[in-house]
Design a protein. Structure first.
Length: 404
C-alpha cells in the first residue's frame, strides 16, 4: 500500500486525506497544532454557537456528496437568507439609482451580445480597473467592490481581475449556485465528522507534529497556507520556497455578538460594506436569519481585516467592540445591549489575491508538480471551501493515476 504524506490538517488537508484514503492509500496527516480544522471551528456559548471563520460551504454536488459520505445531515439556509444587503447610506437590496442601473445595463448588454469574452479581464488588471472599464464607477464601488471584499478580504484596488474572474471564462462546466450548507452544530460539526471518518479509514493523524519534508518518503502534499509552505520547503525545495515567499498574506477577524433583542429592520443574510465611507468593517452576517439553529439568542458576525487593516489585530477587545458598536449604529441604526461576544483574530489568514499572486501562479504552473510534491491551499486560485474540495478531488485523482 502506497503511503502519502499530507502536511496541514485544515480543510484542504482533511479533505484530500479523505479522498486519498478512499482510493486505498495509507495516509499520514501531519498537523503542527493540537487540533485539526485550521481556521474552521465553532465556539459554543450559553447563547448559541459562534463560528471562528467560514460559516458554510457553497452547496455543490461535491459538497453534498461529502456530507453523505460523512453521514452528516446538512443544515440549509432559511428563506430569509435569500435577502442580501449592500450599504449605501443604509442597507439596500439594490444600491444603484434607476439612472445608474440603466447606465449599467447600457454598458454591459452590448458586450454580452458580442459574447462574454468581451468581458474577459486583461493580464495585470486590477478588479477596480476592470470594473471601471466595463461596469462604470457606481456599480464598481457599490456592487463589485463590497462583493469581492466579502470573499477575498481586501479592497478591489489591489485584487487581480484575471485570477478572480478568469475561471468564469474557461470552458469547464460550472455548477449552478444552490445556496449553502453546514453542520447542525456549525463548521466544527463538519470538522469532527471528517476527523472521525479519517480515523475509521486508517489515516494516521499526527498532532503537534514538526515535519522535515526531506525525511518523508513517497508523495507529499503540502496543504498549508502559502507562508507556512514557504517555511516548510525552504531547505528541500529552495526555488519553490522563494516563489511562495512572494505571496502576500492578510489578516482576518470575525467578531460574533449576542444581543438581548434582535434587530428586525434588516432581516437577511447580511450586509456588505463598500470602501469610501470611512468604515472599517467588511460586512456583517445576520446569523439568526441564515440558519434555523442560530436563533437561540439573536447574533451577528462582523468581519474585518485585509492587508490595509492589519492594525485592527492589536485592538483590545473593548476598543474593538466600541468600534463595531459605532459602525453598527451607523449601518443598521441599532444599539441593542450586548450579552456576550467571541472574537477570533487571524494573522496572515488569507492570501492577498493581488497582481503579484497572478505572477506567482504563472510561475508555479511551470514548477509543479515537482517530483512527488504537490501544493494544496486557498492561494492556488480557489479561496472558498468548495473550491478547495474540488481541488482535493483533482489531486487525489492525479496521485492515484501516477501511483496506482
Amino acid at each position: 500500500m502506497k503511503t502519502v504524506s499530507v502536511i496541514g490538517a485544515g480543510f484542504a488537508g482533511l479533505s484530500v486525506s479523505l479522498k486519498l484514503a478512499q482510493k486505498g492509500f495509507q495516509v499520514d496527516l501531519y498537523e503542527s497544532s493540537s487540533r485539526v480544522g485550521g481556521l474552521l471551528g465553532t465556539d459554543t456559548t450559553e447563547h448559541g454557537i459562534a463560528e471562528r471563520a467560514a460559516n458554510a460551504l457553497i452547496r455543490t454536488s461535491k459538497a453534498e456528496d461529502l456530507f453523505r459520505e460523512l453521514g452528516l445531515t446538512p443544515s440549509l439556509p432559511l428563506d430569509s437568507a435569500k435577502k442580501r444587503f449592500l450599504f449605501r447610506g443604509k442597507p439596500r437590496t439594490w444600491p444603484l439609482s434607476i439612472f445608474e442601473t440603466v447606465g449599467l445595463i447600457g454598458r454591459v448588454l452590448p458586450k454580452l451580445l458580442r459574447g462574454k469574452t468581451s468581458l474577459k479581464p486583461r493580464p495585470q488588471e486590477t478588479l477596480e480597473k476592470w470594473g471601471l472599464r466595463l461596469l462604470g464607477p457606481s456599480a464598481t464601488q457599490h456592487i463589485l467592490g463590497p462583493a469581492m471584499q466579502g470573499i477575498y478580504g481586501n479592497e478591489i484596488s489591489g485584487l487581480s481581475a484575471s485570477v478572480i474572474l478568469g475561471p468564469l471564462f474557461s470552458k469547464k462546466k460550472k455548477e449552478k449556485y444552490q445556496g449553502l450548507l453546514t453542520g447542525a452544530g456549525g463548521m466544527q460539526d463538519l470538522v469532527d465528522h471528517l476527523e472521525a471518518k479519517l480515523k475509521e479509514l486508517g489515516v494516521r493523524v499526527h498532532l503537534n507534529a514538526s515535519v522535515n519534508v526531506s525525511e518523508l518518503k513517497g508523495p507529499i502534499i503540502v496543504a498549508t497556507s502559502a507562508s507556512s509552505a514557504c517555511r516548510l520547503l525552504k531547505e528541500s525545495h529552495p526555488s519553490l520556497s522563494q516563489v511562495l515567499s512572494e505571496i502576500r498574506m492578510s489578516s482576518l477577524m470575525s467578531v460574533t455578538l449576542f444581543f438581548n433583542k434582535p434587530q428586525t429592520t434588516y432581516q437577511g443574510f447580511g450586509c456588505l460594506i463598500p470602501r469610501g465611507y470611512g468604515l472599517k468593517s467588511l460586512g456583517v452576517l445576520m446569523n439568526s436569519y441564515i440558519f434555523a439553529d442560530r436563533n437561540k439568542t439573536y447574533n451577528e458576525t462582523w468581519m474585518m481585516g485585509g492587508e490595509k487593516e492589519q492594525d485592527l489585530l492589536s485592538f483590545s477587545d473593548s476598543d474593538l467592540l466600541k468600534l463595531i458598536a459605532d459602525e453598527r449604529f451607523r449601518i443598521l441604526g441599532h444599539k441593542e445591549s450586548l450579552l456576550d461576544y467571541r472574537i477570533n483574530r487571524w494573522d496572515k489568514a488569507l492570501p492577498y489575491y493581488d497582481l503579484q499572486l497572478e505572477k506567482t501562479l504563472e510561475l508555479l504552473k511551470s514548477m509543479l508538480p515537482a517530483k512527488e510534491l504537490y501544493l494544496h491551499g486557498n492561494y492556488l486560485g480557489g479561496i472558498g471551501l468548495s473550491k478547495i474540495l474540488e481541488r482535493s478531488d483533482v489531486l487525489a485523482e492525479e496521485i492515484a493515476s501516477r501511483y496506482a
